[in-house]
Design a protein around this ligand. Structure first.
Ligand SMILES: Nc1nc2c(c(=O)[nH]1)N[C@H]1C(S)=C(S)[C@@H](COP(=O)(O)O)O[C@H]1N2
Ligand SMILES: [Mo]
Length: 336
């Protein structure tokens, strides 16, 4: 089932795609007959060749991902004429506190994370709870590429091409009951492989927990991602399964998810628990509500350079105006 979202910021593919990538994709499509034959190649090779991102290094991927990739709907959502961040920027400048507090820690340390096999528990207020092998969770889904802005609460942002599927569809399959008012997500706990979880200095409690109100979770812009840049998700970006909610600050987009629970009470989320006056449950991108320690009026769009730090205005809901209706009854100053 395909959901077509025409965002107010929609544009033509050629406006968002670097020319080299656009051209390589076209030559790839010209060889479209070759795609069927790719199924017979080793996974790493097939995963690379089915991708329009010619500049991205090859990655080994499980069969289920390679199979899905050949039927991916490319560029289902694009962000106007804004440039996609280079793969290197999106994979070397990360927040993933399980691997340490510095931007370079996840790329340096997340290689040890074991993502196969991976099990996701769906439980709580649902008629059909279950524990799923990741490939079974993904099996009924069609992969879509969604090129979204990601705005971190710290004041930087990037444009990232995710590969994922509708969170709403996954939730509907579990058949939420009348008690389901919120969705609670949990990240893996594995202190042996996640050094940040061993550190006595971490300001966060584990597991990392995030949450959405039910109607937010059902919004078509909310996705679960399994890939980016036409390939499997790198560990530092939250492999093998992460949430992406582009109208909220980046910390809502929880990585390496092992549990999705439908609950009646608003979940106590990690950043809200650590500093409730700085980080709220809603965390909608909002230039009118400053963080207590800095302004949210502008953002640093990455990659910048020494000569051009690339400071741009931050937009309400990160430019995703189509979610405004979810908050028409909410005082966004109080519920930040
Ligand atoms: N489990 C977990 N998820 C997480 C985080 C984290 O530390 N742990 N950091 C969040 C923050 S603050 C941001 S900005 C985004 C960054 O995603 P990226 O590294 O893929 O750009 O991941 C979010 N998801
Ligand atoms: Mo963030």
């Amino acid at each position: 089932m395909l959901i077509q979202i025409p965002p107010p910021s929609a544009s033509r593919e050629s406006e968002v795609t670097p020319e080299s990538v656009y051209l390589s994709r076209r030559s790839l499509l010209a060889a479209a007959g070759g795609l069927a034959a790719l199924a017979m190649l080793p996974a790493a090779r097939a995963a690379t060749e089915a991708s329009p991102y010619a500049d991205v290094e090859p990655a080994r991927a499980p069969d289920w991902f390679v199979d899905k990739l050949s039927a991916t709907q490319w560029r289902a959502v694009v962000p106007g004429d804004e440039a996609v961040a280079p793969f290197k920027t999106a994979t070397r400048y990360n927040n993933f506190y399980e691997f340490g507090p510095d931007k370079t820690d996840p790329a340096a340390r997340a290689g040890s994370l074991v993502t196969e096999p991976w099990t996701v528990t769906i439980d709580g207020a649902v008629a059909r709870p279950g524990r799923y092998a990741l490939e079974d969770l993904v099996k009924p889904q069609q992969l879509e590429e969604r090129i979204y802005r990601l705005r971190c609460v710290e004041g930087w942002s990037m444009v990232i091409p995710w590969l994922g599927f509708s969170l709403a569809d996954v939730l509907k399959r579990a058949e939420p009951t009348g008690q389901a008012k919120f969705v609670r997500f949990e990240t893996l706990v594995d202190p042996e492989r996640m050094p940040g979880q061993r550190s006595g200095f971490s300001l966060l409690d584990w597991p990392y927990v995030e949450g959405l109100r039910m109607d937010e979770a059902m919004h078509p812009l909310a996705i679960l991602a399994v890939g980016m840049y036409g390939r499997i998700l790198p560990n530092q970006n939250g492999a093998p399964l992460r949430l992406v909610v582009p109208w909220k600050y980046g910390f809502k987009s929880i990585k390496s998810i092992v549990r999705i629970s439908l609950v009646e009470e608003r979940p106590r989320t990690t950043w809200e628990t650590s500093a409730p006056h700085e980080y709220g449950f809603y965390a909608n991108v909002n230039p009118q509500v400053d963080h207590p320690r800095w302004s949210q009026v502008r953002e640093r769009r990455l990659p910048g350079s020494l000569f051009s730090p690339n400071i741009i205005p931050t937009r309400m809901f990160n430019g995703y105006d189509e979610v405004a209706g979810l908050y028409s009854d909410l005082d966004l100053r109080k519920y930040y």
